[in-house]
Design a protein around this ligand. Structure first.
Ligand SMILES: *[C@@H]1O[C@H](CO)[C@@H](O)[C@H](O)[C@H]1NC(C)=O
Length: 122
C-alpha cells in the first residue's frame, strides 16, 4: 500500500471511530499510527480501532479501553527511532514483542502496548 493511501485510510478510520481514536495535538510531529481489531485476520477487519502517537508522549504501559484484548494489529507507519511493543497482559508484565510494520496476528493477543524511543538522537 502507498503511504498516501495508508494515511487516508487511517484518517477515515479515525474519523469514523471518533471517541476511541487517541487524540494527538495536531502541531506535534507524528511518531506513528496503528490499528487493532478483535478479529484474527489480515487485512484488519471492522471494527478497527486506530491509535496515533506524537513525539514526546510518555512510555507508560497502555492497556486498551475496557481491557479489550485484540487479535490483529496493523502498523500503518512508524518512526524508526521508536519501538512499539505489544503485550499479552494488561499490565505489560510479560516480555512483550516489538512489532514491525504491516498487518499480523500475534500469538496470545494484544492486551496492552508501550511506545519507547531508544534510538532517539536528540
Ligand atoms: C500483571 O498481570 C498478570 C496477569 O494478569 C498478573 O499475574 C500479575 O500479578 C500482574 N503483575 C502486577 C505487577 O500487577
Amino acid at each position: 500500500m502507498h503511504f498516501s493511501t495508508i494515511l487516508t485510510l487511517a484518517s477515515a478510520m479515525a474519523l469514523q471511530l471518533g471517541a476511541h481514536a487517541a487524540a494527538v495535538e495536531k502541531r506535534l510531529p507524528r511518531l506513528g499510527a496503528f490499528g487493532v481489531s478483535q478479529t484474527r485476520a489480515c487485512p484488519l477487519q471492522q471494527p478497527i480501532y486506530v491509535y496515533e502517537y506524537a513525539e514526546g508522549e510518555g512510555d507508560d504501559c497502555k492497556p486498551f479501553f475496557d481491557n479489550t484484548v485484540f487479535q490483529t494489529v496493523d502498523v500503518f507507519f512508524w518512526d524508526p527511532k521508536c519501538l512499539l511493543t505489544l503485550y499479552e497482559t494488561h499490565n505489560c508484565s510479560d516480555p512483550g514483542v516489538v512489532t514491525g510494520p504491516d498487518c499480523w496476528t500475534p500469538d496470545g493477543g494484544i492486551a496492552a502496548h508501550r511506545v519507547t524511543c531508544p534510538f532517539k538522537t536528540s
